[in-house]
Design a protein around this ligand. Structure first.
Ligand SMILES: NC(=O)c1ccc[n+]([C@@H]2O[C@H](COP(=O)([O-])OP(=O)(O)OC[C@H]3O[C@@H](n4cnc5c(N)ncnc54)[C@H](OP(=O)(O)O)[C@@H]3O)[C@@H](O)[C@H]2O)c1
Ligand SMILES: *[C@@H]1O[C@H](CO)[C@@H](O)[C@H](O)[C@H]1NC(C)=O
Length: 361
């Protein structure tokens, strides 16, 4: 019987890898601070691997709100991290850097949570922040998972400490984070109420398991939230709006409720009023949360807990990545314009390589 010699195979495989990365350059999204028209596809060096980093051959990536701020020059990457855009990428492990101890190996299909650098043909990722691709999932679907699902999971279970039966008010119910949070609530057994800017987004959130939804552009959500909760208010608010919703949030939250502020799309400042009196009397917990700037240790345990508790639900179809639009990496300007239109429901994904195509030399 014929056996393909593993030695011959290894030599051939490393030759192919050498050939494909021989130039040492790759395509990546670069920019001068400004509008979407300032985005470019540049040719930059393939990242050097540092301690405990893995090189990923990227098949798909995605964009996030934070990229809009970074592009405008308002949100620099953490010190020492890539200044290429992209907080997530999915693809195939190309090689391991020094000091790697996890069990990843070349050829593994993985998803990565990144501090930057994902909108490129290759990216270096900490080995602890990789997750296996859910079985039977395409790269362009999986690219919609890492950033918004890890964020929603963190906000609900770690920061917000949601309990079964709690009522959760989710702002931007049609956003990437919002559509993930609604699914996590349904699966966990919490009641999700959403706020969004269109009936389509509300209907979609309800199809994912939200109990009710309110259009903030048509009416104040506060009386509707109180009516929906028999006057008690909600136990938890996931708030990415901030300033413009502050007064309504403070009146929509229950006694001893938790209010997680994780974005400020509606402004940084708060109107004057008796806010402190309400916080005191209702014994409200207000907590701010970020993800990108957290320590590797924090993110590692988040990724581990998410991998155990949430990832299996993707393979059995209970959770699904919500994708509004898939474009190619070259269409990065269009991708940013689309996100800034606020019309999308779920993620904007960028295809980097064709999954079906033969391995290029
Ligand atoms: N702190 C963290 O760890 C962390 C991590 C990830 C994301 N985030 C934040 O999470 C939020 C969602 O991110 P994403 O990538 O999921 O966004 P996304 O998919 O682009 O969705 C954002 C949606 O928010 C709504 N919106 C925009 N401005 C608003 C305003 N002033 N008031 C109310 N709603 C408004 C818009 O929908 P409608 O108006 O049509 O409803 C918009 O489509 C962002 O603020 C982002 O910065 C924070
Ligand atoms: C989209 O939302 C952002 C954040 O609230 C806002 O600054 C921007 O003006 C909105 N864009 C449109 C087209 O409504």
């Amino acid at each position: 019987m014929f056996h393909f010699s593993p030695v011959v195979f290894c030599v051939a495989a490393s030759f192919i890898r050498c050939a494909s990365t021989m130039s040492g350059m790759m395509k990546a999204v670069t920019f001068e601070p400004g509008g979407p028209e300032n985005l470019r596809i540049g040719s930059v060096a393939i990242p050097q691997l540092r301690e405990k980093e893995v090189l990923l051959k990227v098949y798909a990536t995605a964009i996030n709100r934070a990229d809009m701020l970074q592009r405008k020059g308002l949100y620099p990457p953490p010190t020492g991290e890539s200044d290429i855009l992209g907080l997530e990428a999915v693809g195939i492990v190309d090689r391991l850097g020094p000091g790697c101890v996890k069990s990843w190996k070349p050829g593994d299909k993985v998803m990565a949570l990144l501090p930057g650098g994902g909108n490129a043909e290759y990216v270096a990722s900490r080995e602890e922040l990789l997750m296996p691709l859910p079985s039977n999932m395409k790269f362009i679907e999986a690219a919609a998972i890492p950033e918004v699902w890890l964020t929603a999971f963190q906000l609900l279970f770690i920061v917000g400490k949601v309990k079964k039966g709690d009522t959760v008010l989710i702002h931007a119910g049609g956003s990437g984070v919002g559509t993930a949070a609604v699914q996590l609530c349904r699966q966990f057994g919490a009641r999700a109420l959403v706020v969004a800017g269109s009936q389509e987004k509300i209907d979609f959130a309800k199809s994912l398991g939200a109990e009710e939804g309110f259009n903030y552009k048509e009416a104040e959500f506060e009386p509707k939230v109180l009516a929906q909760t028999e006057g008690k208010g909600v136990d938890l608010i996931l708030d990415c709006v901030g300033g413009s919703f502050f007064d309504q949030n403070i009146n929509s939250i229950a006694t001893e409720g938790t209010w997680v502020i994780y974005g400020l799309m509606g402004g940084y400042t708060v109107n004057s009023g008796d806010h402190l009196a309400k916080i005191l009397r209702k014994r409200i917990t207000i907590v701010g949360s970020t993800l990108r700037a957290r320590s590797i240790q924090y993110k590692e345990s988040l990724v581990e807990e998410f991998s155990q508790r949430a990832l299996p639900h993707f393979s059995n179809g209970e959770f699904r990545p919500i994708i509004d639009t898939t474009l190619t990496l070259d269409s990065i300007q269009e991708a940013h314009q689309l996100m800034e239109s606020n019309k999308t429901t779920g993620k904007i994904v960028l295809q980097v390589r064709d999954e079906a195509a033969k391995e290029e030399l």
